[in-house]
Ligand binder design. Structure first.
Ligand code: HEM
Length: 492
């Protein structure tokens, strides 16, 4: 009764059951596997642009309000600890609840992810890209199909690890390993909603002796533990080298730091507790996961659609033929059609698909904007209320993206296209938007341009259901039985 009639959110429309209990969300998260974001869109049709989706959380289906929810870093916005339980890594920047702690963590990492540093490390991306091309060439000469999803996963895993830790990992050299790691990563994500609803479960597994817990852990969790071990070893090595006074022979880039960890350990904005081994392990693990999964996902979507649509592919090739084959990232960025294809790929990749709720410490008022599906009255949002707009909601807003499920790069061209960019949420928005955006952009431009120019590829036993957004497991997942995007290739 309290939750329905006297709760501070009692005036917000929505199904009564959702206002009473979290079991409503549980049903669409776990029993119907991970389709709550789709259910939320249905509820908006019934209840209007602002709805209460759990006893203490609201969702707003109006891109005109994005700038208020995902405000710049001057405005206080906490994240919502209930949702972050999915990830179980509170020490990582992306899973930081408090606004003030987040700002310090971001300041410490910022220079390493700057455009200048990515430009300095561009040869690392082009080196891996050459290896990716060699792998596809091998398949082309054997006339054997290649699993592009596995290859792109291996590529972005290697780029991210080598970028972050200044070491050479080489998943691209082993296709079987790449397939296993990608599958394990997916399996790990399939468990995140269980973590949210039963947060004691991962801690329970952790408390058991390894010989008991290991056989019942999903393989992705075992990989995650191995990742923690690797990151810990990395850190210990840096700390030991520092205390012995041995300095690296490597030529350092604009940050003056060899790896992301050197940046964090030497940071003078972070207090000592922020440099504990556990905190830094969690930071490293999230960086690796975030940096691997998302670029590979966007590239997957981009390649599926350009291969499924020959007129888009021809237009892209024609534009690419106007620049030298060796064009750099900065030269490629000037190409409008290529940029539009990437923008559309990012839109239909849906970035982080989970609810990325923000909490303001002030009272806000929501008034439907001209972009809202239906006009309506204003609502007061009490301070401390978790509020979000999912990427499904933003990227399928028909007032901005007509025929939202069609891959249509043209919508990003010209003045109208520039105007639309403020509604692109693939990298998030505001003070907590993606930190790896420059690295991701460099990867997307260089890989798309190279593969389109070097190979004629055809989809092999792959259709739209292999890339469609069917389930939300933090990122968009297609049908469970999908094997990924597979292609046959021939050298042009
Ligand atoms: C196409 C590729 C990528 C996409 C679509 C993407 C998407 C996102 C999104 C939507 C967020 C915000 C999540 C939120 O609001 O809670 C985010 C945050 C973040 N991303 Fe990315 N990302 C990509 C690539 C990368 C790469 C390559 C890295 C680098 C290793 C990276 C590192 C991060 C980090 C550290 C955060 C947390 C930022 C913060 O909390 O201040 N991402 N990403």
């Amino acid at each position: 009764v309290r939750r329905v009639y006297i709760h501070p959110l009692a005036h917000i429309p929505g199904p009564r059951l959702a206002a009473i209990t979290w079991w409503y969300e549980f049903y669409f998260d776990v029993i119907q596997p991970s389709i709550f974001v789709f259910k939320i869109q249905e509820l908006h049709k019934q209840y209007g642009p602002i709805i209460r989706i759990t006893p203490d959380e609201i969702h707003i289906n109006d891109v005109g309000f994005l700038g208020t929810i995902y405000a710049p870093s001057m405005s206080h916005r906490d994240k919502y600890d209930y949702i972050l339980r999915t990830l179980q890594i509170p020490g990582a920047i992306g899973a930081t609840v408090r606004h003030d702690i987040h700002r310090k963590r971001r300041e410490a990492l910022g220079p390493f992810f700057s455009r200048r540093n990515v430009l300095h490390l561009e040869p690392l991306i082009t080196g891996k890209l050459e290896q990716l091309c060699q792998l596809i060439t091998k398949h082309a000469s054997e006339m054997a199909p290649i699993n592009l999803s596995d290859a792109l996963f291996a590529f972005s895993s290697d780029v991210t690890n080598n970028f972050l830790f200044a070491h050479q990992t080489d998943v691209l050299a082993d296709e079987t390993l790449a397939a296993t790691l990608r599958q394990n990563g997916n399996d790990l994500l399939l468990g995140i909603n269980i973590n949210k609803h039963f947060p004691w479960f991962p801690s329970f597994l952790d408390s058991l002796p390894l010989f008991i817990s290991k056989p019942i852990m999903p393989p992705g969790l075992i990989d995650m533990l191995a990742l923690f071990d690797r990151v810990r070893a990395e850190l210990m090595g840096i700390v030991a080298a520092k205390s012995s006074g041995v300095s690296s022979e490597k030529k350092l880039g604009p940050t003056g730091k060899e790896s992301v960890y050197h940046s964090v350990i030497d940071s003078n904005v972070l207090p000592p507790e922020e440099k504990s081994l556990l905190r830094l392990e969690q930071e490293g693990a999230l960086l690796v996961l975030a940096g691997t999964e998302s670029p590979a996902k966007s590239l997957n979507i981009i390649f599926y659609h350009i291969l499924a649509n020959s007129s888009i592919l021809s237009k892209l090739r024609a534009e690419l033929s106007t620049v030298p084959k060796s064009a750099s990232w900065t030269e490629l960025e000037k190409l409008p059609y290529l940029s539009a294809v990437l923008e559309e790929g990012n839109r239909l990749s849906f970035g982080v698909t989970a609810r990325t709720a923000r909490i303001a410490d002030e009272t806000l008022t929501y008034t439907p904007s001209p972009y809202a599906t239906s006009p309506g009255k204003s609502y007061v949002i009490p301070p401390g209320t978790p509020m979000s707009t999912t990427t499904l909601s933003a990227h399928t807003a028909e007032s901005v993206f007509p025929e939202p499920f069609t891959f249509d790069p043209e919508r990003w061209l010209g003045d109208a296209g520039n105007e639309r960019r403020k509604f692109q949420m693939a990298f998030g928005k505001g003070g907590r938007k993606c930190l790896g955006i420059e690295l991701a952009r460099a990867e997307l431009y260089l890989v798309t341009a190279a593969l389109v120019r070097v190979f004629e590829m055809e989809l092999w036993e792959t259709d739209e259901s292999d890339v469609a957004f069917i389930h939300d497991y933090q990122v968009a997942m297609p049908k469970f039985e999908s094997k990924g995007v597979r292609v046959t290739a021939r050298i042009l």
